[in-house]
Design a protein around this ligand. Sequence first.
Ligand code: ADP
Ligand code: ADP
Length: 236
Amino acid sequence: MSIVQIKDLDLYYGDFHALRNVSMNINEKSITAFIGPSGCGKSTLLRTLNRMNDMIDSVKISGAVSINDTNIYNPTVNVELLRKEIGMVFQQPNPFPKSIFENVAYGPKIHGIRNKKQLDEIVETSLRGAALWDEVKDDLKKSAYGLSGGQQQRLCIARALAINPKILLMDEPTSALDPISTLKIEELIQELKGDYTIIIVTHNMQQAARVSDQTAFFLNGEVIEFSDTSKLFSNP
Ligand code: ADP
Ligand code: ADP
């Protein structure tokens, strides 16, 4: 079952042709890696999936990006509801200057959850889901900035999980981390696969080989190859 369908997608920043005739289907509860050199359109494609490109005035898009068979660029689509389906994690861990608890409770609060017991539950479940609960359960009121880089990134994953998304977008989530924290996040990504559809942008072929089911190779705005990771990395 595919959850994301991209068909004949072209994207321009002004005159610059950043995505060229991209088509791909992504299966539910799979891990897809976007790989390729810097500047070839990986982040741009990732950001079309939650309409983060809407903030850039010069962007022009043609073609279709559908999630569960709904074209998300259809003018009737509710972008707030769409973004509730999609969690995003960035390269630099970017917790808010708030407590660990408030970081995770932020999304649910925005979506109207006020009940303390319910928030407690969501925070615990999300931190457990991000493999961080045992390390922080006694420090929930402490600032997120006291955590290590790897812990901060897992906190950002917990913050994304707290809105109960179907899709997780990760833009080079380990590029700013040390090797041990990177391995922890890679293990976590694989654990999350049972519950979420994950798309991860990475510069690192070995990482794509370790974590993903499918890999899309980008070059100059084109997806030049999209296939099962095991096929791509096996010897011919
Ligand atoms: P990647 O993620 O593969 O490194 P990006 O998707 O970030 O590549 O960028 C693809 C190309 O689009 C690059 O040449 C980049 O400079 C350009 N680009 C990205 N964002 C913008 C923008 N807001 N305005 C103009 N050009 C942009
Ligand atoms: P990445 O880590 O994906 O390579 P970049 O460092 O290329 O990201 O881009 C960081 C930010 O700058 C993004 O928000 C992107 O949209 C914007 N950006 C990138 N290239 C350009 C550009 N040529 N003109 C304007 N904005 C750009």
